[in-house]
Design a protein around this ligand. Structure first.
Ligand code: ACO
Length: 428
């Protein structure tokens, strides 16, 4: 017999279905609660609300587990290329060599931007935030490919749209940086790997071609792999909400970029570096910042700490911390911000305020130091996150349509005025 939950309201009982996922996670299905009882459930911020069934990514926040399609993040981070992981997340299985070749060829085919699209970059002010440019340009790309405005969750049209997006997001991001620095665009080179090609578009100069060293390429790959998906976070949920109206994939992921931009989400990676630079420049002791973060009136939070789901270490931060050390060592670099970050982490792990609230370093805490080491400018950090997260956004959009999910439309409990008569302006 399938498991049931019973809800008692007054003297009435309501039987609700219980669903168990493959990792034994359980939910109570309340879809019919309102029609049966007149009650809705309330959960601002959706901390305890499941919005979908998904087979893409598994997160166990208590035990610090993250798996893409069943594969542990530690193994993936060590062995996989971002292109393989993008394929895995999109199609459910790791690619065979022949499939990887076809996928890589599609990424190469769609890497360049339409020449008319390139002209749009000159319309942005030099100091325009790259996240604003990315979001705007993703919507614009769709104008040059009217065929992808048709909504398809599988088949050749979907394959083309997914490859186009995964590839062009990298070109748009690099061009946004080149435009802001007044440098000529570097067009994609099909002979380079996904990561090297991006770094070439970012850093090659007319007088000197940029060739990524194996260490830098590996670090870039790791960054993208670790950001490839993270189930129903703020930006992915945004992509799903927008996609649920059957909006096309381009506008859905453009909305995801906007959600990611916020300092409590992807924007935190740049926030961490700004905070560490501030600590360094001010010369104040760490305790000043720690106490300020505890003071609710200060409006200040320690960037890179805390997570809605992880109530223990974020496994991505453990991998990044180790890799940051290795990459700095291999590149023969010394970053004083790493010293400050390590000291801050050690202090937090001994502080009751943070321990009692289960606030540990999240993915953003060490990722900025990795990006600094490979020469990515600070205002591009959240854009880097967006490039990495693209497979997750596309895959969640695809799954939403495959499940034919209803339009997202939460309810509310109204707390405003009850009915009152309109007052004409001369009588107010
Ligand atoms: N510094 C100080 N206090 C914090 C922090 C922090 N970084 N994070 C949470 N807290 C405190 C809150 O003030 C709250 O305290 P209270 O119980 O006394 O009121 C408690 O911890 C719980 O915090 P919430 O805001 O309820 O937790 P929530 O799950 O809503 O937020 C979030 C999670 C947004 C990540 C939060 O921890 C935060 O703002 N962190 C800093 C920004 C950051 O690093 N964001 C990146 C997250 S990872 C990602 O999105 C890719």
């Amino acid at each position: 017999m399938s498991e049931k939950a019973t809800l008692q309201i007054g003297d009435k009982h309501y039987d609700l279905d219980v669903f168990t996922g493959t990792e034994n996670e359980k939910c109570i299905d309340i879809q019919e609660l309102r029609s049966k009882s007149g009650y809705i459930t309330m959960d601002p911020g959706y901390g305890n609300t499941g919005s979908c069934y998904s087979s893409i990514t598994y997160v166990d926040g208590t035990n610090g587990i993250l798996r893409y399609r069943g594969y542990p993040i530690e193994q993936v981070a060590e062995q996989a290329t971002f292109v393989e992981i993008a394929y895995l997340i999109l199609y459910g299985e790791l690619p065979q060599e022949s499939e990887r070749k076809v996928f890589s060829a599609a990424l190469n085919e769609h890497a360049a931007l339409h020449t008319n699209l390139e002209h749009h970059f000159s319309g942005f002010p030099k100091d325009a935030p790259p996240m604003a440019i990315l979001s705007a340009m993703l919507n614009l790309v769709a104008c040059f490919h009217p065929e992808v405005l048709e909504v398809h969750s599988e088949g050749p049209e979907f394959d083309k749209t997914a490859a186009l997006l995964l590839s062009k997001v990298r070109t748009i991001s690099a061009f946004a940086y080149r435009m802001a620095t007044g440098k000529p665009f570097n067009h994609p080179n099909p002979h380079l790997s996904y990561c090297s090609n991006f770094l070439h578009m970012m850093f090659s100069e007319p007088y000197k071609e940029y060739i990524a060293s194996p260490v830098v390429e590996r670090a870039m790959n790791l960054f993208f792999v670790l950001h490839a998906d993270h189930e129903q976070n703020c930006s992915t949920s945004t992509v799903r909400v927008v996609g649920s109206s059957r909006a096309n994939l381009f506008s859905s992921v453009a909305a995801g970029v906007c959600a990611l931009w916020g300092p409590l989400h992807g924007g935190a990676n740049a926030g961490v570096i700004k905070m560490l630079e501030d600590i360094k420049a001010s010369g104040r002791p760490l305790t000043y910042y720690i106490e300020k973060a505890k003071d609710k009136n200060s409006g200040f939070r320690l960037m890179g700490f805390g997570h809605r789901v992880y109530k223990n270490f974020d496994p991505r931060s453990i991998i990044l911390k180790k890799q940051v050390h290795e990459v700095l060592h291999e590149l023969n670099l010394d970053d004083s911000l790493l010293e400050i970050a390590l000291e801050l982490e050690a202090a937090i792990l001994n502080d009751d305020y943070f321990l009692s609230r289960h606030l540990y370093p999240n993915v953003d805490f060490y990722s900025g130091i990795l990006l600094r080491a490979i020469g990515i400018p600070l205002n591009m950090y959240t854009v880097m996150f967006a490039i990495g997260r693209m497979p997750g956004w596309i895959s969640n959009w695809k799954e939403l349509l495959q499940h034919d999910q209803r339009i997202s439309r939460p309810r509310q409990i109204y707390t405003g005025y009850t009915e009152r008569p309109f007052v004409p302006i001369e009588q107010r």
